[in-house]
Design a protein around this ligand. Structure first.
Ligand SMILES: Nc1ncnc2c1ncn2[C@@H]1O[C@H](COP(=O)(O)OP(=O)(O)OP(=O)(O)O)[C@@H](O)[C@H]1O
Ligand SMILES: [Mg+2]
Length: 322
């Protein structure tokens, strides 16, 4: 059994809202409002939700560009919200990020060689020759020609730039990569290529991913476990197959029914399913949120499947779960 590489415990990130003449804090944006998850070595944890649900905020706290308001992040069992532990564990080297928009995340004025070498320079003392050799290896791993080192980001297509972003992220031989919508900006065919080599690299180097997306269809193929995020909380978590074949929360059902159907023969059936889910949502709006409009705490419904419903709703709600 693989060990857990990272654990998040009851994480909250609240941003103050200031207003009025005195610019006082009048309320908070509850970007992340109490979520827990754990990712095992070499596995992929999929994080899905609509825009503004808090996905990127979780990723940012993990890589340390945003601070937790409450809660813990344990890396190899140690709380890395304490900077002493981050240092001791080489956390900043071991945990890297891939961004959605490689055009703005790759410095346009730097050559690819320097872009990929930058994280290596931060953590290792390599000679110029050793460094170039490493950069060439990394380009090879992501399927880019070796003369790419002399070029600039704008000389590449979106898919190629995402490959460069992945090469940069794996340059320090990380244990965990937060991939925030890494393929959302790409055409479908290119998306599939990038996902495939991300998977290859994962298997080759035993890297864990937190894979963030708004598209359940993409994440299904990548992830062992999936969390569905909504209003700063998880509405449902489980194994990929459980979420996909046996969704329980109305919000998960809505996401699933929003995945376009390719098979023409199933379009009518899919449309009816969509209408049914939409009706179920509209008819019972109050059921899914507490009186303050917040998502309920998660309840366990089977081995690794949890759903956010009021306690008394659990039994009547379950359909086909053993
Ligand atoms: N620095 C900030 N100050 C105030 N509010 C913020 C800040 N950063 C994010 N938010 C708010 O927190 C919430 C969650 O944002 P977040 O970027 O995590 O969502 P997301 O799920 O990644 O969305 P998307 O799919 O659009 O990327 C949003 O309501 C956002 O407006
Ligand atoms: Mg985001």
């Amino acid at each position: 059994m693989a060990e857990e590489i990272i654990q998040i415990k009851d994480l909250k990130v609240h941003y103050p809202i200031r207003s009025g003449f005195w610019n006082r804090i009048t309320d908070y944006v509850r970007a992340v409002d109490g979520v827990s998850l754990s990712i095992k070595e070499g596995e992929t944890y999929g994080l899905i939700g609509e825009s503004g649900s808090g996905k990127s905020t979780i990723g940012k706290v993990i890589v340390g560009v945003e601070a937790a308001t409450e809660g813990q992040i344990l890396y190899k069992g140690k709380d890395i919200t304490k900077s002493r532990n981050r240092k001791k564990l080489n956390y900043n080297k071991d945990v890297q990020m891939i961004f959605q928009d490689s055009m703005s995340s790759l410095n346009p004025r730097k050559r690819i060689e320097d872009i990929i070498a930058e994280p290596i320079r931060n953590f290792e003392n390599l000679t110029t020759d050793e460094e170039r050799k490493r950069v060439q290896e990394l380009l090879d791993i992501v399927g880019m020609p070796s003369d790419a080192i002399y070029k600039f980001p704008h000389e590449f297509s979106g898919g190629q730039r995402q490959r460069i972003g992945v090469a940069r992220a794996v340059a320090t031989k990380p244990r965990l990569i937060v991939a925030d919508e890494p393929t959302s900006a790409l055409d479908l065919s290119v998306q599939a290529q990038v996902l495939n080599f991300m998977k290859q690299i994962q298997q080759q180097y035993n890297i864990a991913y937190l894979f963030i997306s708004h598209d359940l269809g993409v994440v299904k193929h990548m992830s062992e476990d999936i969390a569905i995020m909504h209003r700063g909380r998880f509405v449902e978590i489980g194994k990929s197959a459980d979420i996909y074949n046996n969704p329980q929360h109305i919000y998960t059902k809505r996401l699933l029914s929003a995945i376009p159907i390719v098979d023409v023969n199933r379009r009518e059936e899919h449309k009816r399913m969509r209408q049914k889910v939409e009706k179920e949502f509209q008819d019972n709006r109050d059921k899914w949120y507490d009186k303050d409009g917040r998502v309920y705490p998660l309840q366990q419904i089977s081995d690794r499947h949890f759903v956010a419903l009021p306690k008394d709703a659990i039994n009547s709600e379950l359909e086909g779960e053993k």
